[in-house]
Design a protein around this ligand. Sequence first.
Ligand SMILES: [Zn+2]
Length: 211
Amino acid sequence: MLDAAARWPLGVAGAAANRNIVNAPAIATGDALIIVDPQNDFLPGGTLAVAEGNRIFAPINALAPRFPRVYATRDWHPRDHAYFQAQGGPWPYHCIANTPGAEFSALLERAHVDVVISKGTERETDGYSGFAGTDLAQRLQHDGVRRLFVCGLATDYCVKATALEGVAHGFEVYVLVDAIAAVNLAPGDEEAALEAMRRGGARLIVSAHLR
Ligand SMILES: [Zn+2]
């Protein structure tokens, strides 16, 4: 019924995700595009690069002007962040506040972004979710947002955490499977993340199907 997976290559998870794609709604008042962490350090050449990260920008730049509100989150870490390997955490240095690696990619058409949300700004907070330790929920409610359309980086961490916490906050959440990309530290992480989001109440859609 829906287009072939070749239209939106999704790495190892493509085939499985294709079975779980639902029809996309029409974009309406009360909808917000949530662009998760489109930052240099998560892209090829960055310190924590997602191999296929650059693929998110074509669909995101095409979609952003069509949404009433566009929010972008960013990792904005202190240098002594507890989640860096230097402090015994899992990650290499990335997205340290006010460094080039933390800047939004030049591939993102920045003019379409209405609100920037910084996260992971405290030493002890991982900052995976755009809601964690931020005022994102309040901003969305204040702006009259009811449905979130989540895209960006990375599928298996911040996209997943943001989508699931969006559901927990009572929003209707859609994940744009052609506008996300995964770290895949372990094989299968991407597929597991998509399944976790779907089971958690988020709906998987393809951006080209948005009317
Ligand atoms: Zn981080």
